[in-house]
Design a binder for this molecule. Structure first.
Ligand code: IPE
Ligand code: IPE
Ligand code: MG
Length: 266
């Protein structure tokens, strides 16, 4: 089981005392106002490694540790949905060696973590054009999905070969096929029908989007689903991202006023 955070003093004094300690941040959190769905663009691995004079692959490997921390805290706080951007439809433009490292890390992560994820009732839901993944990655992804399919805890969407535009194109194609087959009428198409044909069908839209690494863009992530999502950006690079950053994001989220186009209620 994951370690309890409350009352668990870290070896690192900086992390365990002071206003920004996990303990302190945790105590400020209103557990009744947590985001239901958290989305994260796990960015900055390469730059983080290069700054340290290391190969980009070292950044990707360390980024996996950050992911582990984030999943742990989401489980602990009983967050319902977590969507992480792991590989985009545009990331194929990178050198073959880097793509191979990323795919190998994915396979390693899934095989190493699946027992613990299942012990914590996490349901792994890979999203993206999975059929185009290299065979080993595809097998690992399908196996993880199959093993965790009956889990009822955190829904862990892992975006792999994912692109928001590709997702919308696929949804529109499916809808068009249904119209062709007389299963649907043009006048019945609405936002609900479109959402039901996305990879995230049946899940609420993200409440909070986190992007580390100091870049301020969506990079083709969840284009439809992020319409009213609160954004939280940080200059921290993904390999340095930890539970304290996630807690800070949640605290900031709790101070936001979400209006969804309406007016403030007094
Ligand atoms: C995120 O880190 C990982 C993937 C996109 C797969 P990057 O590899 O994009 O790192 P930077 O943004 O170049 O620093
Ligand atoms: C977004 O990061 C994709 C993932 C984190 C998987 P990128 O590094 O690919 O995005 P850009 O190229 O900086 O927009
Ligand atoms: Mg990047």
């Amino acid at each position: 089981m994951f370690k309890r955070l409350l009352g668990n003093r870290s070896k690192n004094a900086e992390k365990s005392v002071g206003v920004n300690s996990e303990q302190n941040l945790m105590e400020q959190l209103d557990l009744s106002k947590l985001p239901v769905h958290v989305a994260i663009i796990m960015d900055g691995n390469g730059r983080w490694a290069v700054r340290m004079g290391k190969p980009r692959s070292f950044g990707h490997r360390t980024g996996v540790k950050a992911l582990r921390q984030v999943v742990e805290l989401c489980v602990e706080l009983k967050i319902r949905h977590l969507t992480v951007y792991a590989f985009s439809t545009e990331n194929w433009k990178r050198p073959r060696e880097e793509i191979n490292v990323l795919m190998d890390l994915l396979v390693e992560y899934l095989y190493k973590e699946i027992d613990e994820l299942c012990a914590n009732n996490v349901k792994i839901n890979p999203i993206g054009i999975l059929s185009e993944l290299p065979e080993k990655a595809r097998e690992a992804v399908y196996a993880a999905r199959e093993r965790s399919r009956d889990n009822t805890g955190l829904v862990f969407n892992v975006a792999l070969n994912y692109g928001g535009r590709a997702e919308l194109v696929q949804a529109i194609r499916e809808i068009a096929e249904k119209i062709n087959g007389n299963q649907l009428r043009v006048e019945d198409i609405d936002g609900g029908v479109l959402a039901a044909h996305l990879y995230t069908a049946g899940q609420p839209d993200p409440d909070l989007l986190i992007r580390p690494s100091g870049d301020y863009r969506l990079s083709n992530f969840l284009l439809w689903q992020l319409a009213y999502t609160e954004f939280w950006m940080t200059d921290t690079m993904w390999p340095d991202f930890g539970k304290r950053d996630l807690l800070k994001a949640f605290l900031d989220f709790q101070s936001r006023e979400r209006r969804f186009g309406g007016l403030i209620r007094n």
